[in-house]
Design a protein around this ligand. Structure first.
Ligand SMILES: Nc1ncnc2c1ncn2[C@@H]1O[C@H](COP(=O)(O)OP(=O)(O)OP(=O)(O)O)[C@@H](O)[C@H]1O
Ligand SMILES: [Mg+2]
Length: 502
């Protein structure tokens, strides 16, 4: 049911959104946004945390209904009542938190909610054919239609979501920060897939905080700021600095500030530590005034290393010393001794989504008798220092945009005044302007004599903020080296080497 374009002359838009507004209580999330996508085009949708990107895409995919505004799809008015309605019309969204049914097979997921039926019976032969065709279109015939989704890797699950969109004849595909949990090779595969879909004439909207990705993939861009579209055009016509300036409203000069830091006493020392399965072997020392980075591939055991150090996972062998304390300790004991952690998975650990920003930031540090006044001033301080975009400190964390939730998790650690910080992918999902704030903060902490251990998959950031970097490879931590002595290429070689380097 593809219509031709009875739309205004000269316009070949596949999708058009005009004057879209959406309010959540006192928050005006979208304040009259315009956006258009042509067939065979990748549109990058960029903007600061809380600018309204996800909300706009939820309006497009039928998850939110707009308060005002109009949309056209293929030249015809478009107003989806719910996500399934949008999918039927050819608009599919791949959310960052994937939405597959884990206990069902690949093919069941692909047709879920839209199963071909004959009377009361599902036509399984047709379901299978449809799944095989969709996976073939993505070039992944090797993923069998009968496989349970729970057995697939994250990258493969994402492919199944895309296959599900293709199978119902998607014309517009939205990808919301799709690379944040993907390994390097999987990112390369995703990019070639996006290019392939674009050649098939789909309109693709791609949300990302990585300007490298915007540059590599998109034909055009649209910038949102404070719920408004403040700029759009051909990606080739603008510089990264210009895009950042549109996003932030000012230029970000120094992304990675680096003051003179003096390394002091050793506050964390681990020796030949092995965890439950990973790490297999890790040794490191961390001094006051130092920022130590841990690089490595996804799955190498970096998160497990931090969890083991912090007492979330058991130590199988080896020693961990935090300041004067050796031997096993619980996370609560570590907090009390001044070591804290921001975990990679902020949803399941770390944040209480139903509680307010103020509660999340202050509860662990103020004890049981919280005085509302001090709680409020403490949280206001962090809201300002980290530019947490919110209405008020009393707002539930669950209502914040993804990147702003991450900032609350960091604020909590800082408010608690720990002097040994374990940070697992601290800037995942965080916009460029806020990344600069966080890097500055890490630098300040180091100058103040705090010690920072940071795991990140984003190498420019590690090279920018760390004094030394150690690579984790298949559960084994390699010796740390000063940042001046290594580059991105060498880190990748070390992370992927199959044998010990000669
Ligand atoms: N369900 C909701 N209830 C209340 N406020 C909401 C809700 N969803 C979003 N908001 C608010 O709307 C604004 C836009 O949020 P949105 O998630 O669209 O931002 P975003 O651009 O996707 O940010 P990020 O880059 O951090 O993902 C934010 O101020 C957010 O707090
Ligand atoms: Mg978002």
């Amino acid at each position: 049911m593809l219509e031709t374009f009875p739309q205004r002359e000269g316009s070949a838009d596949l999708l058009r959104m005009e004057g879209v507004r959406k309010r959540f209580g006192a928050t005006l999330a979208l304040d009259g946004v315009d956006l258009s996508v042509r067939p065979g085009e990748v549109l990058a949708l960029v903007g600061e945390n809380g600018a309204g990107k996800s909300t706009l895409m939820k309006v497009l995919s039928g998850a939110h209904s707009p308060d005002e505004g109009r949309m056209w799809l293929g030249g015809a008015p478009y107003r989806p009542a719910h996500p399934l309605d949008a999918r039927r019309s050819g608009v599919s969204m791949i959310y960052q938190e994937l939405s597959l049914a884990m206990h069902l097979s690949v093919m069941e997921n692909i047709v879920l909610g839209m199963e071909p039926v004959a009377g009361p019976f599902v036509k399984w032969a047709e379901v299978r054919r449809c799944a095989v065709a969709a996976m073939a279109q993505l070039g992944r015939e090797d993923i069998r239609p009968e496989t349970r989704v729970s057995r697939l890797s994250i990258a493969e699950r994402q492919l199944v979501e895309i296959a599900r969109a293709i199978a119902v004849g998607a014309r517009v595909l939205v990808l919301d920060e799709p690379t944040s949990s993907l390994a390097r090779d999987d990112i390369a595969h995703l990019f070639s897939l996006v290019r392939r879909l674009k050649e098939q004439g789909l309109g693709i909207i791609y949300i990302s905080h990585f300007l490298e990705e915007v540059r590599a993939l998109s034909d055009r861009f649209t910038v949102l700021r404070d719920g408004r579209s403040v700029g759009s055009g051909a990606t080739a016509d603008v510089s990264d600095e210009e895009i950042v300036k549109m996003m932030v409203g000012r230029s970000v000069e120094e992304l990675y500030p680096r003051s003179a830091r003096a390394a002091g006493e050793v506050v964390l020392e681990i020796n030949g530590v092995a965890g439950r399965t990973k790490p297999e072997h890790a040794s490191l020392t961390l001094r006051r005034g130092e920022v130590l980075g841990i690089a490595g591939l996804i799955g190498a055991g970096r998160t497990e290393l931090l969890r083991t150090i912090f007492g979330l996972d058991p130590v199988r062998s080896g020693q961990i010393r935090v300041k004067a304390h050796s031997g096993p300790a619980s996370p609560a004991q570590h907090w009390a001794r001044g070591m804290g952690m921001v975990s990679e998975d902020r949803k399941s650990e770390g944040l209480a989504l139903a509680l307010s920003i103020a509660d999340n930031i202050t509860l662990s540090s103020l004890g049981r008798f919280v005085r509302p006044a001090s709680q409020s001033s403490a949280s206001r301080k962090w809201i300002e220092r980290l530019a947490i975009r919110c209405r008020e400190p009393e707002q539930p964390v669950g209502n914040l945009s993804g990147g702003n939730q991450q900032k609350v998790a960091i604020a909590r650690l800082l408010e608690h005044g720990v002097d040994v910080l374990l940070l697992d992918e601290p800037t995942r999902g965080i916009d460029v302007g806020s990344k600069a704030l966080i890097y500055r903060l890490i630098d300040t902490l180091a100058v103040e004599g705090k010690a920072v251990l940071i795991v990140s998959s984003y190498l420019p950031e590690l090279l920018g903020v760390c004094d030394r970097i150690a690579v984790m490879r298949k559960g084994r931590l390699q010796p740390a080296r000063p940042v001046g002595e290594i580059d991105e290429h060498q880190i990748m070689m070390e992370a992927t080497a199959t044998r010990e380097a000669a």
